[in-house]
Design a protein around this ligand. Structure first.
Ligand code: MG
Length: 254
């Protein structure tokens, strides 16, 4: 398998898919509050993606039972929304994918529940910063390892660790296309980035150690040491100049 270059027409559709994902995540982020069950977020995601004319990509993917991944505190990714009640001070990672006219968008954001502590806030800022650093490295002619190294260096230089067993990925007609994009690696290694490549970058950053474990439901991934974890993701396209973020409401990354 090789990395698929998208046409302008395909990128235009992915821009719409990305905007739908961003809109759903924006709505969800504003709804997060203490006392809410995580299942309520799944209900909102299902309703909003339908209203926007798209399909929830994760539902049924390899058997995933929900529309949205909701991962709380030491949960890193793949949390199944359910009866868990969000509490003041929790952090909740929302990961959502939508399919529109045969193309995928995929993004994630971590949100504080009410007032959160400084450790959680700094973790979230660092993880979002690591994503921005990865995006900034995504230039034509650069190599995939430049993205990985930028993410890793940003997080580790601030004293955090990056999750190693789960990665970003190419995206297009399929949710997961070539290449895998680790959040750690060496600059100057890996495939050369070319205009028209569409990639989902998604650093998962832990306060403690990078090691993970899978929870009892066989889906949720947690930090092995119980430390807090955050997750930010955008779908981007490599252009002649600055990369374009597709999973925004504006089409530009602010
Ligand atoms: Mg993804």
């Amino acid at each position: 398998m090789s990395i698929i270059i998208k046409s302008e027409r395909e990128i235009a559709i992915m821009r719409q898919a990305g905007r739908i994902v961003a809109t759903v995540l924006d709505i969800l982020s504003r709804q997060v509050r203490p006392g809410m069950k995580t299942r309520e977020l799944d209900v909102i995601a299902a309703r909003e993606v339908e209203r926007l004319g798209a399909k929830p990509s994760f539902k049924g993917y390899r058997g995933f039972p929900a529309n949205l991944c909701v991962s709380v505190n030491d949960e890193i990714v793949h949390g199944i929304p359910g009866e868990r009640v969000l509490r003041q001070g929790d952090i909740v990672s929302l990961d959502f994918g939508a399919s529109f006219m045969g193309f995928q968008g995929d993004a994630a954001v971590t949100v504080g529940v009410g007032e959160i502590g400084s450790q959680a806030r700094e973790l979230m800022e660092t993880t979002e910063g690591a994503l921005k650093a990865g995006i900034a490295a995504a230039h034509p002619g650069a190599r995939l390892g430049d993205i990985s190294a930028a993410i890793q260096n940003y997080a580790e230089s601030r004293g955090y660790s990056v999750v190693r067993e789960y990665t970003g990925h190419g995206i297009g007609r399929e949710m997961h296309e070539e290449p895998q994009i680790p959040n750690f690696g060496l600059p100057g290694t890996g495939p050369v980035l070319k205009k028209g490549m569409t990639l989902a970058l998604e650093p998962m950053v832990n306060v403690g150690d990078w090691r993970t474990r899978v929870g009892d439901n066989h889906w949720v991934v947690l930090t092995a040491d119980g430390s807090l974890s955050a997750h930010y993701e955008h779908t981007i396209v490599i252009t002649d100049g600055e990369p374009e973020v597709l999973t925004t409401m504006e089409g530009v990354y602010a």
